[in-house]
Ligand binder design. Structure first.
Ligand code: SAM
Length: 254
């Protein structure tokens, strides 16, 4: 099927749900950009594998809503408030089809969001889409998180690091914490999560200069899926040996 002949479904209009569950309401401009993000992902998915979630309602819940639920404290301005003199920088590690970073960049155009992935095709797609939407707050990078965390230009230079579905939590932390400034925040998106896991991850976080501040459990609004988001603060510099060489965090998790 050619791209031109694809019929796009409309994303569901669930304005009450946004407000009730996130305490934040997208405006007409946000909704238009969410729809374009959806349309372009559906189109691109016919060329290469970006995501298995392409049905409109499922996309709304599992990609858009889920991405924004994790950063709802940012949307509400409880952290990194709009209008601060500082220009905040976020990085989405292993962004894939752009989640959760792209929706964050749409919702908070004042935050510079770097979308990082090791797959060039995905990053190229996201770069083109950001250009089409005129989103100057999106930067893209094709690289491994382990390499980026060792580069002077990026190490300890971000205020916010996000990781969703990129690997075990300790691996995500080894990618994320080296990239954060002291005082920065990491958000790990998880499914099921237990107190024992929090306890175990606390040791890894301490090793990397971080501390777990909150674990928020919630259910998705349409299908009642279980989710947890882990919020961590960077409290001291990450030791120079982290992140370890490419591949090692996954092969030998801390
Ligand atoms: N975060 C997206 C989401 O939640 O839909 C994509 C998740 S996808 C399952 C994992 C992505 O992480 C893939 O696109 C993969 O290329 C990327 N990835 C895995 N390890 C990585 C690494 N070390 N550095 C950069 N990207 C990585």
């Amino acid at each position: 099927m050619s791209q031109d002949s694809l019929q796009h479904s409309r994303l569901p209009d669930l304005s009450d749900v946004w407000h009730e569950t996130l305490g934040w309401q997208p405006d007409a401009g946000h909704l238009l950009e969410f729809q374009t993000l959806y349309d372009r992902i559906v189109d691109a998915n016919t060329q290469f594998n970006l995501t298995r979630i392409v049905e409109a309602e499922e996309f709304w819940e599992k990609h858009l809503w889920d991405s924004l639920r994790g950063v709802s404290c940012v949307l509400r301005g409880e952290v990194f408030p709009e209008g601060d003199a500082e220009k905040y920088r976020a990085i989405d590690i292993g962004t894939g089809a752009g989640f959760p970073g792209f929706p964050l960049a749409i919702a908070r155009p004042d935050i510079e969001v770097t979308l990082l992935d090791s797959t060039h095709k995905k990053v190229n797609f996201l770069q083109q889409l950001a250009e089409e939407l005129g989103m100057e707050n999106i930067k893209t990078m094709t690289a491994r998180a382990e390499e980026v965390g060792r580069k002077n230009s990026d190490r300890e230079s971000y205020d916010l690091a996000l990781a969703r579905a990129v690997g075990p939590a300790s691996v995500c932390l080894e990618y994320a914490l080296p990239l954060l400034k002291i005082g920065g925040m990491a958000i790990l998106y998880r499914g099921h999560w237990t107190e024992e896991e929090t306890e175990k991850l606390s040791t890894t976080a301490a090793q990397l200069g971080g501390v777990i501040s909150t674990v928020e459990a919630f259910t998705t609004p349409l299908t009642r899926g279980v989710r947890n988001c882990l919020y961590l603060s960077k409290i001291k510099p990450t030791p120079a040996q982290f992140p370890r060489a490419v591949g090692l965090p996954k092969q030998k998790p801390l």
